[in-house]
Design a protein around this ligand. Sequence first.
Ligand SMILES: Cc1cc2nc3c(=O)[nH]c(=O)nc-3n(C[C@H](O)[C@H](O)[C@H](O)COP(=O)(O)OP(=O)(O)OC[C@H]3O[C@@H](n4cnc5c(N)ncnc54)[C@H](O)[C@@H]3O)c2cc1C
Ligand code: FES
Length: 272
Amino acid sequence: MKNPYYPIDTVVEDIITETPTIKTFVLKPAKPIPFRAGQFMQLTVPGEGEAPFTPSSSPSVKERMEITVLRTGKVTDSLHEFKPGAKVGLRGPFGKGYPLEKLEGKEVLIVGGGVGLAPLRSLIYALLENPAKYKRVSIKYGARLPDELCFRRQYEEWSKVAPNVDFTNTIDVEAPGWTGRVGLVTTLLDDLDVNIDQSIALSCGPEIMLKFVTLKLLEVGYKPIQIYLSMNRKMSCGMGKCGRCNVGHYYLCVDGPDMNYDKIKHVPNVFG
Ligand SMILES: Cc1cc2nc3c(=O)[nH]c(=O)nc-3n(C[C@H](O)[C@H](O)[C@H](O)COP(=O)(O)OP(=O)(O)OC[C@H]3O[C@@H](n4cnc5c(N)ncnc54)[C@H](O)[C@@H]3O)c2cc1C
Ligand code: FES
């Protein structure tokens, strides 16, 4: 039987600089690793360690996988120094992934912050492959500064996929040359024009952002059961064995990382 702790040899084929602190790594594993949007991988950097990342690429692309990584510490610093041809290991996928079946026929609201758009991009690819299945796909995204907006090259393309798909972004504070919206990502929810009764909202970003997005969604009329949050906390085994990732009685690596807010709303300090 395959040892789930043993990583698959993987080559970094290409590296795309997204922002001064975020890079996308195009990975070619020795054998294809099928995954569902929202499932995550454990990536090993030899000599440095292992860290969890959710693929940012389309689940339909089988031979290659992309992960988009914010530079923040030991493993990610080392990854950011990599050149094409470098070797890493991948194990997974882990977790349940986004509840795609529950989104069919709904007005899907996607709210991302910073590098949180990376896991959501995999969901966006999955939804935009067949936009007619959803009543609406509305993507809201915020970053601190224009330079920190991830995947800028794709926004126009996403907006044009179908009449029921829209994309809006904002930056936190005024910046020279920026003519778009200014304000935290929650301000994009002030003038929300989705039909809330028929909507499901999914959000990924820093914990503080998840907290204020959730409060805003509740304020505008979403029920906890209509909200999914990517709880991308520290993880280790990825398989419900080590107990590093529990929230209440849930193990995020097995039951998440995308959790229905209704299930976790009573957990003390749910937002860290
Ligand atoms: C399921 C899951 C999916 C993820 N997907 C992505 C992704 O697509 N792109 C991406 O850039 N990152 C993602 N992360 C976060 C990523 O795993 C961490 O940034 C990474 O583990 C940091 O490792 P490091 O060795 O570079 O930093 P370390 O040296 O371990 O830590 C450096 C700093 O980062 C903080 N940190 C470490 N892990 C996390 C975390 N999970 N969340 C917030 N802060 C953390 C530490 O507290 C410390 O302050 C994901 C995390 C999880 C659990
Ligand atoms: S990461 Fe080990 S139990 Fe979840």
